[in-house]
Design a protein around this ligand. Sequence first.
Ligand code: SAH
Ligand code: SF4
Ligand code: F3S
Length: 494
Amino acid sequence: MPDKSAELVLSDVVRPGQSLLRPVQPIQDLEILDADLDEPKFVAVPSDGASSVYVETYGCQMNVSDSEIVASVLRESGYGLTRDADSADVVLLNTCAIRDNAEQKVRNRLRAFRARKRKRNPDLKIGILGCMAERLREKLLEEEQLVDLVVGPDAYRDLPRLLQSAEVTGQSAVNVQLSREETYADIAPVRYDSNGISAFVSIMRGCDNMCSFCVVPFTRGRERSRPVVSILRECAELIDAGYKEVTVLGQNVNSYRDGANGTSVSFAELLYRISALSPELRIRYSTSHPKDCSEELLHVHRERENVCNFIHLPVQHGNTETLERMRRTYTREEYLDLVSRARKIVPGVTLSTDIIAGFCDETEEEHQDTLSLMREVRYDHAFMFMYSERPGTYAQRKYADNVPLDTKKRRLSEIIELQNSISLESNQADVGESFRVLVEGSSKRSEDQLAGRTDGNKMVVFDKPGRRPPAPGTFVDVKINGCTSATLLGSVIN
Ligand code: SAH
Ligand code: SF4
Ligand code: F3S
């Protein structure tokens, strides 16, 4: 059996304030996370005598949060956790199925681990977790020989049993059962990769929206919310541990509702309650659906100082007919109306979005509507994707993926180019202003500079003041004196 001492080893390694993780990314930062694959997102040390497990995480923030649950479940069962893939006894890939290229990246990585198993370490156990495991199920075992474990996102409590079974029998072990109840509410995540400042708190799982292009309802199952009490407890523990920021997570986070014990707590009320725990804790959330962005929620942004004035409001497209084909449940006009209400109720709110280029039957005029909506809203930031057909979705069954690849690419680059210029203008408008920034650590480029985010989720880089530089986790006021389209540059004024 693996050794329980792994627990001690892990807590020794991950000290609050130690920057082991890159700055927290918004949940849609799939491309960035995808692009960072060379840098594994898993950290810890092997423990004497225990089987050591290496986990690599792909996809959205929810997957990062799930890997923290996986780490906790394995640690409880005595497994050691390692950041060194080469020395691991077990390699787990927590996968994403959102677009074909996300799956291809995992397949490439899997190929490398399979080669290692064949040539150097026949005892190595390889497991696929998460959304690809759910999408492909037993097919993964047929297609990708040498996979020992296939475990879906609701079956992580079963991991120790499955691992042991694979180890003892030498046979593959599979559990891809989806649940209507599982929220892992009672499992304390092991924040192995944390910077000790920002943490993810998962509050709901699954999605019932069935947007026609999206695989998530199939890989993550039905929507369910975690009890409010367990969320507040976790946030309070984070505050006690010195964390300064939580990002509350869910696939459709603002449809959260805890209806247990005759109560009914909405997402807005939950945020309010979290914000009341401590004025020192900043609160963000990801990722929301426009249909669930209530007036009540906007008022919580307005009234609660520590609920960030930043909303990620994925529009996906700017044309009403396309939105209908996408099954997004709002029209262009309704979305624009929501944006103007948000701006009225929450002055200065920053907005980001997700956009898909080249969806089925998209005409040139419809594409132009996306560009015109972007000009009208002027998002501060956007995540932009080319449509990728996903097997089993409504769009795959009912529509033809008929926009030629060249056209998709051209439309996407027009969208990206426009957004870059809007982001630059948005940042230029901040030059001369001052912002409260939560210091996360040194900037990527230089140890002489610090980096952190504004309330509006903009990244700020500034010179480290010579005397008594602010420690990570402190709030400083920074005056902005320059920018790029991605970053504000400034200097500390207090
Ligand atoms: N629950 C989130 C979405 C998570 S997926 C939400 O509704 O906002 C993140 C983004 O990936 C989506 O918003 C969408 O823009 C993009 N996406 C999802 N399916 C896609 C597909 N088949 N092709 C291209 N982009 C897709
Ligand atoms: Fe996918 Fe739509 Fe659910 Fe988001 S809301 S996860 S895009 S089905
Ligand atoms: Fe990918 Fe699954 Fe998240 S498909 S985006 S890891 S919900």
